[in-house]
Design a protein around this ligand. Sequence first.
Ligand code: HEC
Length: 265
Amino acid sequence: MNETRDAVICSTERPRRFYDCTLNEKLLYTAFLLLVGIAYLMALTYLYTEYEGIDGKPGLSLEDIAENYYGNRSGTRLEAALRGPMAGYIETEQRHHVVEWLKSGASKSDYGNRIEPILTERCVVCHSTASGLKIPDLSSYERIKQVSNVDTGVSLHSLMKVSHIHLFGIALVALGIGLVFRFALLPHWFQHTLTLLPFVAIFTDIAAWFLTKWDPFYAYTVVSAGGLLGLAWAMQIVISLYQIWFLPQRAQVRCSVAQQSGNHE
Ligand code: HEC
């Protein structure tokens, strides 16, 4: 039986696998998967540093997630920002002063004496109308009042902004990884499930952001769906990288046409 002829017939009759790819394709897929893997790890680190400590305790917890979306209805947005995403812009000592001021009722007289200089030094560069950013204006007592009332979590406007950016971005990344992963040789049901999983996970995750804004209970869903996305991508990437470089074409992998012609001979 002629091996080369079989191979030619087979590649047109059965789906392509990694061992059918040229070296150039293999290099392209490997480089892409490695970069996406690194980007994912960086995103995880970023998420950790961005959201840890929102609830005032070190480390990332469900409470941090719940508080980010639902808010801490017993605290203020300003305090939540100072403990969370804005923590890097202020000294611990100064933050202490501001939080104390907030807790003691955020009076105007104390604002002028102690708080205004801190905020002017640390925050007003970005948080004023002059910066052109669509973020709370912290340049006067009246304006600050808007964020020193009860914290109801990230605004719907921000949520919408972050959601659509994530949906577009992640859909494209999932498509890229999925396009490579389709060359893997796996049981059909498993490959189909794993291909769809990242899309389902990201949809669930983002839906859960909105649900958590409504009820902090859904912070569990945010974390589980995020974990599922990571797991699905890790599996697609590891399986693909393994099969690109280590899965040889097995002798029994022949298309039906070749087998039939083989049987007749
Ligand atoms: C380098 C620019 C910059 C500086 C300095 C800065 N912020 Fe921000 N701040 C931002 C941006 C950008 C956002 C919007 C972030 C987002 O939507 O995730 C924001 C958001 C916020 C919010 C709104 C959070 C919410 O609930 O949506 C508060 C409150 C806040 N900052 C307070 C502060 C305070 C207090 C300081 C000073 C200690 C400070 N920021 C310093 C850029 C800055």
